[in-house]
Design a protein. Structure first.
Length: 129
């Protein structure tokens, strides 16, 4: 079976990469559209700087978790700050229109271990000794 080609709102990846960021904004939902249209200058700067860094084989890092993923970012490996460290994520087509922060969770899953000595009735006598 042939792999289905990725499309976003009826546009192929080649068509999306040729779109201007403001043109891409028209394809997104309302909240992301407003965010892109307000900040398209910063987004263009980020994409252009990232392309230069990729050419120099440098890591791309950002603290801007609220930035919307646009077609110019597809294929990049971006480090998104989660509050402690940078989580490096490869940008793929399915991430278009989402925020960077959605892919770098700030809270880790809690792994509960055994109860300590003295914390349960059965081990209370051991703790007194």
């Amino acid at each position: 079976m042939a792999k289905k080609e990725f499309t976003y709102r009826g546009k192929t990846m080649e068509e999306l990469k040729q779109l201007d960021i403001r043109e891409f904004a028209k394809l997104t939902r309302a909240n992301n559209r407003r965010s892109i249209l307000r900040n398209f200058n910063e987004m263009e700067k980020f994409v252009n700087r990232s392309k230069v860094k990729m050419a120099k084989k440098k890591q791309i890092k950002t603290h801007d978790r609220y930035m919307v993923i646009v077609p110019g970012m597809i294929g990049m490996k971006i480090g998104i700050y989660d509050g402690q460290k940078f989580v490096f994520i490869e940008m793929v087509g399915e991430m278009l229109g989402h925020r960077l922060g959605e892919f770098a969770p700030t809270r880790t899953r809690t792994k509960h271990g055994k109860a300590g000595v003295g914390s349960t009735k059965g081990t209370r006598s051991k703790a007194k000794k």
